[in-house]
Design a protein around this ligand. Sequence first.
Ligand SMILES: [Zn+2]
Length: 388
Amino acid sequence: MSADEALDEAVILTQALLRIPSVTPDAGEAVAHLQGWLEAKGFRCARPDRNGVPNLFARYGEGRPAFAFNGHLDVVPPGGGWTRDPWGAELEGGRLYGRGAADMKSGVAAFAVAAARFLAATPDFGGSILLTITGDEEGPSVDGTPAILDWMAAQGERPDHCLVGEPTCPARMGEMMKIGRRGSVTFALTARGAQGHAAYPHRARNPIPPLMKLLDRLASEPLDAGTAHFEPSTLSIVTVDVGNPADNVIPAEARAKLNIRFNDAHTADSLHKRIEAAAAEIFPPTGVDLELTRRVSGVSFVTEPGPFTALIRDSVEAATGLRPELSTSGGTSDARYMQAVCPTAEFGLVGATLHKADEWVEAAHVVQLAEIYQAILERYFQSFRAAS
Ligand SMILES: [Zn+2]
């Protein structure tokens, strides 16, 4: 831990944010702190809060292109097992500890500081920098980034490109960025037959065998072999419920749930049809009915590699010596909303401790991330300004 890191503005701002508890969606105080910091740097801020969720939109500049950063200041609850104060922002041995250190107050602080430094060095850059920050990414994520985007659309605000500051590196700084994400959908299956005595099964219609047969078939057949930018889709049976307390009764109903993480070879609709088609071969002869419902948590998307992703890779490689892999792995993030508006990529810190006890990041990485984000802004407004 060098004295320089402790004095770096990105580390200082991260610490200030870490010291404000902001368990989702109660991030109002953290959002207000960042708003004050940005306004002092010359950003014009608006607060498109919705249904109690604090949101922040900050703009600098009027021209095109408009480069947007996206991030969140809410965090998951600390949970047990901490040996540090989750809200203490302790700096020790080069590590910065706190809930949100990795996911993702450091990322937000790094892009805020990077933007402020870029503007101080290049006030006449000609474009616009937009910061979109929410207090609800870890929760339902309904009144967070979607609310900011709704407000932006109503104002005629449109970003040309977006970089999300989520922690994307598994272990080493610079090794991975994300250009897409798999989708996630959960299907609920309810098989309904007719109850009866276990000694007289011909007088009942047992819903369990066709449901088991269907689940086995769905789990046994690969959904795909992967696509250009994605790993194969996966299907997990996450619960099977009958809840029958009697061993001499055939139950009337059996339920199960499947979670599917799907790539760009599928949509929630196509998966729904796939399950219906398999069920149509199994259920009709049994006289058992199947009800199928679904809840979509995120669609799959990919930003095709091109000049924008190359610019980010080049900037990361110049700083870290590692050329980041273009990945589509992991769970969902607010990139799923931003990508509907403009080409979107994600790059940030090492996320090894996110959502864990004693969450920490290397303070030196926070400093480096701000430098990388600043370099991305410099390259972006040099190369995309002429093209816009
Ligand atoms: Zn996050």
